[in-house]
Design a protein around this ligand. Structure first.
Ligand SMILES: *Cc1c(COP(=O)(O)O)cnc(C)c1O
Length: 433
């Protein structure tokens, strides 16, 4: 088995084992012991590292320095207000996929509209109107019907909308089918031949300004060739549209850069640099302003979920660790069979066992690990599920009438509760008995 020390090497310096006050080795987030956070705030508990989020934003900015660009952090990856505020504080914009996300962005960054792009296949009339009134940077339109509604709404409000068509480049992202979006059979984007027609149509609308071409082919993509292929098709389209007289100023390359969920797989600065090469090579000489919509690559590795072992249980020879976090707190293993490393926060034993790590919810799909080799832990011990900063808390639910987990943001020696634990009364507030 990979030692825990080795498996955590890449979450350094944000997550590392250090000698705690007791003298024993414990997992820390920056300068704060995770055991102390769990003791103070209870479990399950999401804990994020501000330093790691900043480092990743910095790495993106450095890698894309050769070209004018704007980072638009994908709000859906983690939309907790304090995270959005941290990201906005670094000068970064946002990619939203709903009116609710746009409202969140304005809470975090009241004057941030100029760096917001709005994506999504199902924008409602009310959402389009809200975004138009707010004066966002760009609408990524995904169908002829949406374009028509946007044009009519813009004309009625007498507000100009800058638009890009999100094209479906028909390339395979080679990722999980549920998070792959760039093939014809997926609901996302418009096939390139049809997009050409839509650009001609858009150019005739008095309140629409044709401004860009967008693409987003899926999530957790680790094959850089896929990005290069998609951007190559986008670059061809940009050249063709310009020949027809369209003023294409923006290329929106979407998000989708994957992270390493399974231990040591290289350094993220290098990964981002390789991604930048894949995106920038096809755009060479095109003279566009690049928009990027990373989500997972910014926040994924910056979060852990702390869970306490409630019970050890053995069914014949099968072992289970039943923990106090469930699929309502972290859905990714159930939804995508996603792999998350799990480590023991206090290192007590070198002995290991093969066990499942499961939650308390009445579903067989409520698991975090199956037949996993883990250090031997006792009831009451604290586990950390790694790399849950993206698509973790945002996919939380109240299934089994469980309150959503609390969230803490660590910044150096400081730790702040950025979302309090949801109470039973919070859940009851919406209901009329
Ligand atoms: C989800 C999404 C993103 C972010 O994807 P990541 O894989 O988290 O980087 C970016 N753009 C659009 C349009 C999305 O739907």
């Amino acid at each position: 088995m990979k030692g825990e020390r080795e498996s955590l090497a890449l979450r350094r310096p944000s997550f590392a084992y250090r000698a705690a006050r007791s003298g024993k080795s414990e997992l820390f987030c920056e300068a704060v012991a995770l055991e102390s956070l769990a003791a103070r705030h209870g479990t399950p508990l999401y804990v994020y590292s501000a330093a790691m989020i900043r480092a990743r934003l910095d790495a993106f900015a450095r890698a894309f320095r050769p070209i004018p660009h704007t980072l638009c952090y994908s709000v859906k990856a983690n939309s907790t207000l304090a995270i959005l505020r941290l990201v906005a504080g670094e000068g970064v914009g946002f990619d939203v996929v709903s009116g609710g996300e746009l409202q969140r962005v304005f809470r975090a960054s009241p004057k941030g509209a100029g760096k917001v792009v709005f994506s999504g296949v199902g924008k409602t009339a009310a959402e389009l109107e809200f975004a138009l009134r707010s004066g966002i940077l760009l609408f990524n339109a995904e169908s002829a019907s949406e374009l028509k509604l946007l044009s009519a709404t813009a004309a009625r409000l007498k507000k100009r909308a800058a638009i890009a068509i999100r094209v479906n480049p028909d390339v395979s992202a080679k990722t999980h089918p549920y998070i792959s979006t760039g093939l014809h059979q997926h609901k996302f984007g418009v096939p390139i031949p049809e997009a050409r027609t839509l650009y001609a149509l858009a150019a005739q609308q008095p309140y629409l300004t044709v401004a860009g071409v967008s693409v987003h082919i899926g999530s957790q993509i680790t094959n850089m060739g896929t990005f290069q292929e998609a951007l190559g098709r986008v670059a061809d389209l940009v050249r063709r549209l310009r020949r027809q007289g369209h003023d294409i100023r923006y290329v929106d390359a979407g998000g989708g850069l994957g992270i390493s969920y399974e231990g040591a797989q290289g350094n993220f600065e290098e990964q981002i640099a390789a991604y930048a090469r894949a995106v920038l090579t096809p755009l060479r000489g095109l003279n566009v302003h690049l928009l990027l919509e990373p989500g997972r690559a910014i926040v994924g590795a910056a979060g852990v979920l702390l869970a306490r072992v409630l019970y050890r249980k053995t069914n014949r020879r099968k072992r289970f660790l039943i923990v106090d976090a469930g699929m309502n707190d972290l859905l990714r293993p159930s939804l995508y069979s996603a792999y998350h490393e799990i480590v023991s926060v206090r290192r007590k034993s070198h002995e290991t066992e093969i066990t499942d790590v499961v939650g308390p919810i009445c579903e067989t799909g409520d698991f975090f690990a199956r037949d996993r080799k883990l250090p031997l832990v006792d009831e009451g011990d604290l586990l950390a599920i790694l790399d849950v900063g993206a698509y973790g808390s945002v996919l939380g639910s109240n299934y089994n009438t469980r309150g959503r987990a609390a969230e803490v943001l660590v910044d150096g020696t400081r730790a702040k509760v950025i979302r309090r634990r949801e109470s039973f009364e919070d859940q009851m507030r919406m209901e009329n008995p």
